[in-house]
Design a protein around this ligand. Structure first.
Ligand code: SF4
Ligand code: FES
Length: 253
């Protein structure tokens, strides 16, 4: 018999070794997340997927499901903590949604709507971050980076190029481009790389395509992220390589 755990009281089947997140997505259930992607090994950095298993808080993307486990996700307590995490992300970078071409297709913005974040609450850091427009086809706006590391994984594990890396520590942690000049133009990154399409926010942008889908008609303009993801059939990135060790079925980003 297929083992199950309870997610907010609903029985979710899982396969041995599968995480709460992977099993929930396979069952069409949404748990808020930013740094999790079904094609890559979870590293549990954003903590937006925090759930409560018994008395313990844990990241759903790294917590392995067990038979009979009871997991809380969409409770007022957890959504309140998630809202605080989002507020910290918003003030740590420069996120100006009305002028961002990823608006309506950005997971950070959509998660803020989902979790009813009404204000940043904290003081903005207004960090001084560069924009790299050196590449003929791609633009990098580091102001919006949430350090999810998905581009690092995609470039290294799928594209085999290792274009991106995380550098620095603590508040100085930041994304870098692996080239002598530090410029994207001096890498072999191309428009068709998986890393070019994996960013959940508006850092890695394809030039001359910003408004191919008009604002108002984008992925999260039509449905809240929870409903949109629950309605999305899981699809694995082509050429994504073998599934992650604890992974379940995939979803489009
Ligand atoms: Fe994540 Fe995008 Fe920053 Fe890469 S550029 S670490 S994908 S937010
Ligand atoms: Fe689990 Fe980011 S989605 S820690």
């Amino acid at each position: 018999m297929t083992p199950v755990f309870l997610l907010d009281g609903e029985a979710i089947p899982f396969t041995p070794g599968q995480t709460i997140m992977a099993a929930a997505r396979a069952a069409g259930r949404y748990i808020p997340h930013l740094c999790w992607h079904p094609d890559f090994r979870p590293h549990g950095s954003c903590r937006l997927c925090t759930v409560k298993a018994g008395e313990h808080f844990a990241a759903a993307c790294t917590l392995v499901a067990r038979e009979g486990m009871s997991v809380e996700s969409r409770t007022a307590e957890l959504d309140d903590k998630r809202r605080t995490l989002l507020q910290m992300l918003f003030v740590e970078g420069n996120h100006f949604c009305p002028s961002c071409e990823k608006s309506g297709a950005c997971k950070l913005q959509a998660s803020a709507y989902e979790l009813k974040m009404m204000s940043p609450h904290f003081d903005h850091f207004f960090p001084d971050r560069p924009v790299d427009a050196s590449h003929p086809d791609l633009l990098l706006d580091f102001n919006r980076c949430i350090l999810c590391e998905l581009c690092v994984s995609a470039s290294r594990d799928v594209d085999g190029k290792n274009v991106f890396a995380i550098s620095g520590r603590g508040i100085k942690t930041h994304l870098i481009v692996n080239s002598l000049s530090g410029q994207l133009a001096d890498t072999d990154m191309s428009l068709t790389d998986h890393a070019a399409g994996v960013c959940p926010v508006g850092v890695i942008l394809k030039k001359r395509r910003g408004f191919a889908v008009p604002i108002g008609e984008r992925r999260y303009d039509k449905l809240p992220i929870s409903a949109e993801e629950e309605a999305s059939p899981p699809t694995r990135l082509p050429n994504a390589g073998p599934p992650p060790p604890r992974g379940g079925p995939s979803e489009a980003t």
